[in-house]
Design a protein around this ligand. Structure first.
Ligand SMILES: *Cc1c(COP(=O)(O)O)cnc(C)c1O
Length: 392
């Protein structure tokens, strides 16, 4: 079976599945059926393409980074510019798709959870443009750390609930969002932010994000008349990487590398590199947990990579060896951040700065005629203060 044909019955071999309270099974079934119908519905697809184009700014450019290429000293480096999409990152592709699907299903309300706040902001903008009520769950500790994003969500008309149970961070916000959903299934869509969660979410989010890889394939064909030799993307939950890789998984000649957050001596968020099998967020995957199954505290300079799990399809790609997963440390990401800013005049988000660092290492081993594409998942405006403090 080809890798692109997963998931089979909601599973990526032994990963994936639906580990949720029984009350949610019928809702997930409804979502799956609605999605199966709308994914082939030309009106739905045309409407989504319209939003992607006229509101989101798609297609994002594929940019040949001449000075970065020279600096790395090897293969030719292209950047897929998701930093130029509305909202400043690839998250737009998924929230727009799911919010539109929710409206088609007759839902009036979106809920989501957010750690650093980026997904909350993205969901809020999709809610605003489609006229859907939006409520965001956020751990109280995270809310305190991320005041500007809280304000953005409020400006976009969303209501933010600060969750003060447990450790007051992401996993407690997930629990609250699931509780809300269980009580309001008829009116509400739970908008999950990465290729994680119970089936059918990993598949739906992948399909809405594959626009990245589909575009880059077409754009590179136009520019170079061939497929890339290697593609690199950063991995938090795994959505920008999955969207980039998916159209290439059956092309065995294209090497794929996912880059996780290697963190510092305070910890990391490298679930594929360091994790073990377990259940989080309604699915079985690789997680950072202790022997007792308690989720570990993660650490990364990039808020968007700071998640203790990863999408189940990535766990499958790791197990089959189709994708190689590495990690870049906080310090290496800062190096990538600085180099891209100085050589290309592009200030990247700290998440893809991990991919920039790893990508340059890979490019340096490649021949000049070989092609490397790095997905630049977002822009760095949100990270300026973090970087300033880190280099002080
Ligand atoms: C949220 C975010 C990520 C991490 O999410 P994935 O699902 O792994 O893509 C990466 N880059 C940026 C810019 C983000 O905002």
């Amino acid at each position: 079976m080809k890798l692109s044909e997963y998931p089979k019955s909601g599973r990526f071999e032994n990963f994936g599945g639906q580990y949720v309270p029984e009350i949610l099974y019928p809702v997930l079934k409804d979502l799956e059926e609605a999605y199966e119908c709308y994914r082939k519905d030309s009106n739905f697809l045309e409407e989504l393409r319209g939003f992607n184009r006229d509101y989101g700014g798609r297609p994002s450019p594929l940019y040949y980074a001449r000075r970065l290429t020279k600096k790395a000293g090897g293969g030719k480096i292209y950047l897929k510019r998701e930093d130029l999409i509305h909202g400043g990152a690839h998250k737009f592709n998924n929230v727009m798709g799911q919010a539109l699907l929710a409206r088609k299903m007759g839902k009036e309300r979106l809920i989501c959870e957010t750690g650093a706040g980026q997904h909350g902001v993205a969901t809020s903008l999709a809610g605003a443009v489609l006229g859907l009520e939006t409520e965001v769950y956020m751990g109280a500790v995270d809310a305190k750390r991320q005041r500007p994003n809280l304000f953005r969500m409020e400006l976009l008309g969303a209501q933010v609930h600060e969750v003060s149970s447990g450790s007051e961070t992401l996993k407690d916000a997930i629990n609250e969002a699931l509780r809300d959903w269980s009580g309001n299934v008829a009116s509400t869509h739970y908008l999950i932010g990465s290729v994680v969660g119970p089936h059918p979410y990993p598949m739906i989010v992948r399909d809405f994000q594959r626009v990245i890889g589909d575009e880059l394939k077409r754009q590179l064909m136009e520019k170079e008349r061939r497929l890339p030799d290697h593609i690199v993307a950063c991995v938090g939950g795994g959505s920008n990487a999955m969207g980039t890789f998916y159209p290439f998984v059956d092309h065995e000649e294209v090497s794929l590398t996912g880059v996780e957050a290697g963190g510092s001596e305070d910890g990391n968020a490298a679930s594929l590199t360091d994790g073990t099998e377990g259940v989080l967020h309604g699915a079985r995957s690789l997680l950072l947990q202790d022997e007792g199954g308690q989720i570990k505290e993660t650490a990364s300079i990039a808020a968007g990579l700071d998640y203790p799990g990863v999408g189940p399809e990535h766990a499958l790609y790791k197990e089959t060896g189709r994708v190689r997963y590495t990690a870049a440390t906080d310090e290496q990401a800062l190096e990538g951040f600085r180099v891209l800013s100085e050589t290309e005049g592009i200030i990247p988000a700290l998440e893809p700065a991990h991919a920039i660092y790893a990508g340059m290492e890979i490019a340096s081993e490649m021949k000049p005629e070989e092609l490397l594409v790095i997905t630049l998942s977002g822009r760095g405006d949100k990270d300026l203060e973090t970087v300033r403090e880190a280099v002080r």
